[in-house]
Write a protein that binds this ligand. Structure first.
Ligand SMILES: *[C@@H]1O[C@H](CO)[C@@H](O)[C@H](O)[C@H]1NC(C)=O
Length: 283
């Protein structure tokens, strides 16, 4: 059976059981994981500088960094190993462009797939009425899968560079006092990487989802349908417009009777009307 026919024959939320809708839901969930794990990251490494002149040593220098990984702006105080003096040392490298690109794609991808999910659920007929909409959806899906591939690759490369630049053994080399062999520098601990490794995995998973959905969106386009529009969308639309109307009127009538009820002017009249008004009269 054709996907288009399937979409027309299913109920509102049933759209989510079909690949197109289901993958869209996964897309925005996975986009959240991608930008939350990358954008919310903060890590710490710790090094020790054990000077010849013991008093000026600092055996636990903590260095904090995080998104967006402008490491050249991350500074810490290191002992100079002479006369208790300390100096500011900066980490090296700026990985913000890759990190921000990745998070930006994730955020826009989240917004688009969320809006698309809402459109499929509530406006599927409108979506399919105009052959341009599936076409736009198709083009956007192709662009996003390409962007996920590029940004995930760029971010994976940047992450491997960040790992080197924040390796305590590498950071020691930046501390001038450590160049003197009489002072002993060591690493206490490195930063944790599980969050950022997860973000790269979710980046590539998002690429797989978007690339996979290209096919299911393509099936919605007129290119695939060969221009034969399906008329089966009409019954759904009628059902949608007619079911709210009577309920709305009913609730308006009731609210009117309740407000006059407050004055207790005409209790006998209302008790004869019956139904909800006689019930409210007992209060
Ligand atoms: C060692 O460096 C940390 C900063 O990482 C600082 O808070 C601490 O006061 C320093 N300790 C000494 C003994 O200078």
């Amino acid at each position: 059976m054709d996907t288009a026919n399937q979409l027309a024959s299913v109920g509102t939320f049933q759209v989510l059981k079909l690949p197109l809708g289901f993958i869209r839901v996964l897309e925005w969930l996975f986009a959240i994981f991608a930008f939350a794990t990358c954008g919310g990251y903060s890590g710490q490494l710790r090094v020790s500088v054990d000077c010849m002149e013991k008093a000026s040593s600092n055996l636990s220098i903590g260095i904090d960094f995080g998104y967006p990984f402008r490491l050249h702006q991350v500074a810490f105080e290191a002992p100079m190993c002479e006369a208790m003096r300390r100096e500011r040392v900066f980490l090296s490298g700026d990985y913000s462009s890759s990190a921000e690109f990745f998070v930006t794609i994730a955020v826009f991808s989240f917004l688009y797939s969320l809006v698309a999910t809402v459109v499929y659920i509530f406006y599927l007929n409108k979506y399919r009425e105009n052959s341009q909409r599936p076409l736009i959806d198709f083009v956007v899906t192709v662009v996003f899968s390409f962007m996920w591939l590029v940004s995930s690759s760029a971010w994976a490369k940047a992450l491997s560079d960040v790992k080197v630049a924040t390796d305590p053994d590498e950071v020691q080399l930046l501390i001038p006092a450590c160049k003197d062999p009489t002072n002993k520098c060591g690493s206490v601990h490195g930063p944790g990487w599980s969050g950022l490794n997860t973000s790269v995995v979710f980046g590539f998973l998002n690429f797989v989802l978007w690339a996979g959905n290209i096919w299911f969106v393509f099936k919605e386009t007129s290119w695939h349908k060969g221009g034969s529009r399906l008329a089966s969308s009409a019954p759904d639309k009628q059902a949608g417009t007619f079911d709210q109307q009577p309920y709305n009127q009913g609730s308006f009538d009731q609210s009117g009777s309740y407000s006059t009820q407050g004055s207790f002017d005409q209790p006998s009249e209302y008790s004869q009307v019956g139904g909800p008004t006689s019930y409210s009269n007992q209060m």
